[in-house]
Design a protein around this ligand. Sequence first.
Ligand code: FAQ
Length: 313
Amino acid sequence: MEDAKKLEEFQAKIDADIKIEPKDWMPEKYRQNLVRQISQHAHSEIIGMQPEGNWLTRAPSLRSKKILMAKIQDEAGHGLYLYCAAETLGVSREQFLKWLHEGAAKYSSVFNYPTLTWADIGAIGWLVDGAAIVNQVSLQGTSYGPYSRAMVKICKEESFHQRQGYEIIADLSKGTEEQKQMAQDALNRWWWPSIMMFGPHDGDSAHSNQSLKWKIKRESNDELRQRYVDKTIHQGEILGLTFPDENLKLNEQTGHYDISPIDWDEFWNVVKGNGPGNRIRLAHHIKAHDDGAWVREAAIAYRNKMNAKSKIA
Ligand code: FAQ
């Protein structure tokens, strides 16, 4: 009875758009769903540094190297805000990383694709950050306070990232025939993976109904995907690039672009760990984590020493 009343009050708060804070009562399933989504979001930011890091030593100018380095550092910061938000739900950082390393936690499928040319760095900023922003602007309105506040800060930085990528693609598109071809090739390879970032269609989305009711998600996977497609087509056309979809067409009745069916076999294959880069990405993360063990040990030893000192004083 008591739980039913608490649940009713909780839903009333959600319906009134009052944020839920860490010490507030919340249903266990709400907590678990947030732990899952926020930690997976954090892992995506961190694993997402790898395909871009691949080009740091080969950026074509000092300017582009500095900008790329700043962007990748931003992604690390996003991961940290999100881990901190997720930790307020009572799970430790070590546990999140353990789930990632064991394959129990996911990260965005898109980061399992390789970055073959410099144009791919442009495509990641333009398309992957472009898709991430559409989702994250919506998540600023999520019902969990710490997640919502992290999203506000992250969105400000993501719009710079999107422009950084678009600038790279725009420069290549205006360059030699070979450079234009590089931009087109990157668009061809990143377009569908970026569309898949929004997850399964609404009817097949396991978590959407409950997440929308609790306002963890504010819009459905398909609504967000459609917004991304609509805004991106125009940006590509300005550059004289074509999208790899023969059925792409503005639907006069809906006012939205129609696209071909999504290759869900490819999506699930990548999500289940069999994409082109899954094993490399995870192995790299595990190695970096193991290599950094001495830093964590030193930081803890320093903290313990300082605590002991302050007790004596
Ligand atoms: N990849 O029931 P739903 C970025 C899984 S940040 C892998 O619809 P949900 C910044 C899903 O987890 C990009 N798995 O799930 C950057 C679930 O499995 P589970 C990341 C996926 O959570 C840019 C199952 O499928 N952004 O890019 C994917 O309600 C450049 C059923 O799906 C976020 O994470 C996928 N694409 O909706 C960094 C945003 N889609 O967990 C570096 C926050 C679905 O039961 C460089 N997350 N699955 O085992 C969300 O908004 C949601 O989690 C969705 C999925 C929309 C991704």
